[in-house]
Design a protein around this ligand. Structure first.
Ligand code: THU
Length: 132
């Protein structure tokens, strides 16, 4: 699957976003090494802090289906003028399972940036950090 195809899946997922409060739909598509893709969207809540981002929706779907590794890339799409970068909580959650992940962050005009998660979360705290 190409980067463009993965971004297209993320853009498609914006339609599923439940965003009555922010009106800011986000879609995500998480690619596994074997070609499987887990998609997600943001799902908001009247108790605003209970909202889950698109990236974490996709990741939690994958983990709950038994995938805890082998992720290669995630595309994130929003309608902002800037690239839709993952929030801090999403960076941390992704780092747990995929410290080497490639992040494709797309914006409203369809352009996207391609950066490694390690650049977005340098010196991340992961499973190995708990070794004593
Ligand atoms: N949002 C995401 O889905 N992913 C991010 O990484 C950034 C923010 C969502 C959360 C909320 O529903 C809306 O965008 C506005 O913050």
């Amino acid at each position: 699957m190409t980067d463009q195809e993965l971004v297209a899946l993320a853009v498609e997922m914006e339609q599923r976003a439940y965003v009555p409060y922010s009106r800011f739909p986000v879609g995500a598509a998480l690619l596994c090494g074997d070609g499987t893709v887990f998609t997600g969207c943001n799902v908001e809540n009247a108790a605003y802090g209970s909202t889950i981002c698109a990236e974490r929706t996709a990741l939690v779907k994958a983990v709950s289906e038994g995938r805890t590794g082998g992720f290669s890339a995630i595309a994130i799409a929003g309608q902002g003028t800037d690239f839709c970068w993952p929030c801090g909580a999403c960076r941390q959650m992704l780092y747990e399972f995929a410290p080497e992940l490639i992040v494709l962050a797309a914006r409203q005009d369809g352009q996207f940036a391609r950066v490694p998660l390690s650049q977005l979360l340098p010196h991340g705290f992961g499973p190995k950090s708990l070794d004593c």
